[in-house]
Ligand binder design. Structure first.
Ligand code: TXA
Ligand code: MG
Length: 355
């Protein structure tokens, strides 16, 4: 059911170095009373509700327009709290906590009784993460310690990297937004499933396979990360939905740099002739070579962190500026490049053109 956008959403600016305690306490009170508050993390903005209150989780699905079989991540402020919401916590989880928490890593563990089925989309496992952001940690503590939070976007849109994008999607649908400025990383956390014999990455992110393998030994990657037609459904239910998509039709063009630039120029010229507004996701090295209506540079090709940081904002800007067809270079880097390419493939509905 579609919830009407008729609430008053309070927007409060929070400075991470000098946190406004009163606002944090108010945000905590709202969540403990069953309301919803969006907050910054180091990855993207989250939409927080009380993870142990089934009604709050239902409200989150409603506000986002998200299918309720897509489970939420439970955010904690103290790593020991993992033992309250998960059972049979394996030794690997402790090693990952030590290496990467607080930080952009979510672990899937067996769920404890106190976590309602509404929060986990009916699954017997639970996703847990301790974010590396002082505002997030203070807010989670004020909210009672267990905050269910998906990314704070309307379902299907790119995750918000600025509070203004949260407002664009959720103004009038939630109680409060804590505006902590621009997020650091810009792509959602790495998700690793520890409920199977061998740890498996369900969603790539800033914490890469190599980094996980240094701590755990062998780690697998879910096939669904790369393929639209994997035989089994993805293990992270959210990965099956169309995601991050701009309103314009996005296609990735893959190949040698020069060939990619000339193919994209050929395609945008063709589309312009049809009267369509064209956009290109470019890099510092190629931006001057394009002749599309809108050219968004996401950073230097080797600077994968910059590209991750700028990608979602670029996708949202194309929407604001009315791009109808968009072409992107590909990003097949070895590190966070895998996360970038995974999100781009989903945004493009796996449309990729090899040149
Ligand atoms: O960086 C992040 O992880 C951000 C910030 C706000 O922390 N959150 C985020 O949440 O990206 P969301 O809801 O947009 O994505 C959560 C993903 C979904 O694909 C969901 O299906 C998967 O995690 N997930 C959650 N619980 C799961 C479980 N028990 N088993 C498998 N996948 C799970
Ligand atoms: Mg999301």
């Amino acid at each position: 059911m579609e919830q009407k956008a008729d609430m008053q959403t309070k927007l409060v600016i929070i400075n991470e170095n000098d946190i406004n305690k009163e606002a944090l306490l108010e945000a905590g009170r709202i969540v403990r009373d069953g309301g919803l508050v969006a907050f910054p993390t180091e990855t993207v903005y989250g939409l927080g509700g009380d993870a142990l209150n089934p009604d709050s989780s239902c409200k989150i699905y409603e506000a986002k327009g998200r299918p309720s079989d897509n489970p939420l991540i439970v955010h904690i402020a103290k790593w020991e709290d993992i033992y309250r919401i998960a059972e049979n916590v394996p030794e690997e989880a402790c090693r990952l906590c030590e290496a990467f928490w607080p930080g952009p890593l979510t672990m899937i563990l067996k769920k404890a009784e106190c976590v309602p089925a509404e929060t986990t989309g009916g699954l017997s496992s639970v996703a847990v993460r301790m974010p590396a952001n002082e505002t997030a940690l203070a807010f989670i503590a004020a909210a009672g310690g267990y905050v269910a939070a998906p990314s704070a976007n309307r379902s299907g849109r790119p995750s918000p990297t600025l509070a203004k994008y949260v407002m664009e999607d959720l103004d009038g649908r939630i109680d409060m937004v804590l505006d902590g400025g621009a997020v650091g990383i810009g792509l959602e956390s790495t998700i690793v499933d520890l409920t199977q014999k061998k740890p498996m990455i369900l969603r790539p992110g800033y914490i890469t396979k190599d980094m996980l393998e240094k701590v755990l030994g062998g780690v697998e990657m879910d096939n669904a990360v790369w393929s639209a037609e994997s035989k089994e459904p993805p293990r992270a239910p959210g990965m099956k939905y169309k995601h991050y998509a701009p309103q314009g039709e996005l296609t990735i063009v893959s190949g040698k740099q020069e060939a990619v630039v000339s193919e994209i120029n050929r395609l945008t010229a063709e589309m312009s002739q049809k009267g369509l507004k064209t956009g290109v996701i470019a890099t510092e090295e190629t931006r001057d070579g394009y002749r599309a209506d809108l050219v968004k540079c996401v950073g230097r090709r080797r600077d994968e962190e910059a590209i991750a940081h700028n990608l979602y904002a670029a996708l949202r800007e194309f929407d604001d500026e009315g791009a109808q067809v968009i072409y992107s270079e590909d990003f097949t880097g070895s590190e966070i490049g895998q996360a970038i390419m995974n999100r781009l493939l989903k945004a493009a509905g796996h449309k990729i053109r090899e040149v």
